[in-house]
Design a protein around this ligand. Sequence first.
Ligand SMILES: C[S@@+](CC[C@H](N)C(=O)[O-])C[C@H]1O[C@@H](n2cnc3c(N)ncnc32)[C@H](O)[C@@H]1O
Length: 259
Amino acid sequence: MRQLVVSVANHDVELASDELWRLGVVAIEERQVPDGVELWTSVGDEFDSVEMPWAWRFVEVDAAVADTWRQFAKPIMVEADLVVQPAWVSYDAPHESTVVVIEPGSTFGMGDHPTTRLTLVAARRWVQPSTRVLDVGCGSGVLAIGVMLLGAASAVGIDIAPAAVPVTLSNAQTNGVLVDVSTTPLEEVVGEFDLVLANILAPALVELAPHLRRVLAPGGTLVVSGILDGAHDHVLAALQPLEVAQTDTLDGWAAVTLR
Ligand SMILES: C[S@@+](CC[C@H](N)C(=O)[O-])C[C@H]1O[C@@H](n2cnc3c(N)ncnc32)[C@H](O)[C@@H]1O
């Protein structure tokens, strides 16, 4: 399995990660090194080189080694009665818990990242039987599937990463819910949604801001995450005239609910 490793200074992590998302990678691991951060991500054979202002290299990694994290995966208690369960881990859910079973494949969205947890908790506050949800950057489908299990009327997931489509469909089937998933760019999404979720990085949120506002139904709710606690004023400025209703934070990350 080939990994692309990009070496950046601490202050360039967000920018470089955004460049990687644009290349269509599905997950990025940050490794702290003495002179900054290395961003590790799996890439297929389609890239021979990448154009980036940072040092980069390809590293061949044994697929079995890259997957060792699976042995240590545990159910993630998002809230006392809301759990994300790795599909290969057995778990006896307490009565009346909502359990989202996820096989992430090569996508982002095992449910353990603070931004996923924050977005799911924030989304839950707004889900009603009539709620139509759009999940922008659905990855494994964890959020779209989560809101369906919590009682939403419908969920649409979109992602620039093609792998997100079969993974989300398969996870939706495992959980017994329907999610309409595609690689349709947000710019081309038609219709309005009562609840829009976007757990993607700040530069992408700023770029997509006009369309995040456009697809929001009148009186609707937008939850944005993938942003750092205390460093997202520019994202909120881009989303005006939507106003902040609530900010949740965890481990240095934030999810902001706007209305
Ligand atoms: C941080 S992951 C979030 C995955 C999942 N929604 C979660 O909360 O765990 C961000 C996802 O957004 C996707 N993405 C990045 N830029 C995007 C864009 N402009 N439009 C749609 N998806 C995008 C990435 O491919 C990735 O799957």
